[in-house]
Ligand binder design. Structure first.
Ligand SMILES: Nc1ncnc2c1ncn2[C@@H]1O[C@H](COP(=O)(O)OP(=O)(O)O)[C@@H](O)[C@H]1O
Ligand SMILES: [Mg+2]
Length: 309
């Protein structure tokens, strides 16, 4: 449905997006996962024709986007990271405003406004000013604005930032439902859990580059392991870290503060050896936890950093 090739955005002396390639298939939720500053918003702005790429191509249904000069693409919707709402307008007035941008005929628009309010669960706030809304309600209205013209592909840029867990869950469920009804979605986030929950395929973006992509299962295979162990040490001893990195039962070791993330080849042996080595190095292990790896571990494995660094 959407094919992005060698897309690049260079600011004066800084490359924000550095030649990325990906495709979005009709019907899926495609996730762009990356830490702050990775280039997610820059990418989405280019896909939405708000920002001109330095180079590269974006094809939507095999046609370059932005071909029609200045015209809003009727099939594409955009939910910006920064709320694009008029606080002194009511919910309905905001939606009418965006509807007019897309030149939706008046009577059709009046009906559609209430449809999207229903979708985002704000029907009973229709006539209230946005300035009286909670953070979660503003986020939901922001999404409604992106849906007003019934797009077939929706770009969502971190639509849950800065809201309470309940609103977040509401929005995540809503996105699943929209997708179930046929909407194709590009979802960006730095929250691994959200991308994990929502997305069929995921591209991990870091410093303007896609460092890995695929289905969640494919990404997990990067780790070549089923289990991850997190050890909390009283303090980090470089000698100990070096020693456990050499163990055959251990695949990889990453240090974050006083926590040591270890991917295991053989859990039973590894646990024994990690403790034994700790004794040898006189290292105090304060806590230990075995867990299934997550996308966070994949990111850590690939970059040596966490998504929230
Ligand atoms: N208008 C701009 N001028 C210069 N640099 C920018 C501009 N917009 C974004 N950047 C830089 O580009 C990089 C990517 O930013 P952004 O796309 O906002 O990342 P993300 O959305 O993943 O947090 C960052 O290093 C950011 O500082
Ligand atoms: Mg951003």
């Amino acid at each position: 449905m959407l094919t992005v090739s060698e897309l690049k955005k260079e600011y004066r002396n800084h490359v924000a997006v550095d030649g990325i390639n990906f495709t979005i298939k009709e019907g899926e939720i495609f996730g762009l996962l990356g830490p702050n500053g990775a280039g997610k918003s820059t990418t989405i702005s280019m896909l939405s024709s708000l920002l001109k790429p330095s180079s590269g191509t974006i094809l939507f249904r095999n046609v370059p986007i932005g071909d029609k000069k200045g015209a809003l693409h009727k099939e594409l919707g955009y939910v910006p990271q920064d709320l694009a709402l008029y606080p002194e307008f009511t919910a309905v007035e905001n939606l009418m405003f965006f509807g007019k941008l897309y030149k939706i005929p008046k009577r059709q628009l009046a009906t559609r406004v209430y449809e999207v309010l229903e979708i985002v669960g704000l029907t009973n706030k229709a006539k209230d000013k946005v300035s009286t809304f909670s953070g979660g309600m503003k986020r939901r209205l922001n999404i409604a604005c992106g849906l007003i013209h019934k797009p077939s592909l929706l770009f969502m840029d971190e639509p849950t930032v800065g809201i309470d867990p309940q609103s977040r869950n509401y929005i995540l469920q809503m996105i699943k439902q929209l997708n179930n009804k046929g909407l194709t979605i590009l979802y960006t986030s730095h929250y691994m859990e959200e991308v994990d929950f929502l997305c069929d395929r995921i591209a991990i973006l870091d410093k303007g580059r896609i460092i890995e992509d695929g289905t969640k299962d494919e990404l997990m295979r990067v780790l070549q392991t089923e289990e991850v162990l997190v050890m909390t040490l009283a303090q980090i001893d470089e000698g100990y870290i070096e020693a456990i990195s050499q163990l055959d039962s251990v695949q990889s070791v990453q240090v974050q503060g006083t926590q040591v993330f270890v991917t295991l080849m053989d859990k039973a042996t590894a646990l024994k050896e990690l403790f034994h080595t700790a004794e040898q190095w006189n290292v105090e292990v304060k806590g230990i936890e075995v867990s299934k790896p997550t996308l966070e571990d994949v990111f850590l494995h690939l970059t040596g950093r966490t998504l929230r660094d």
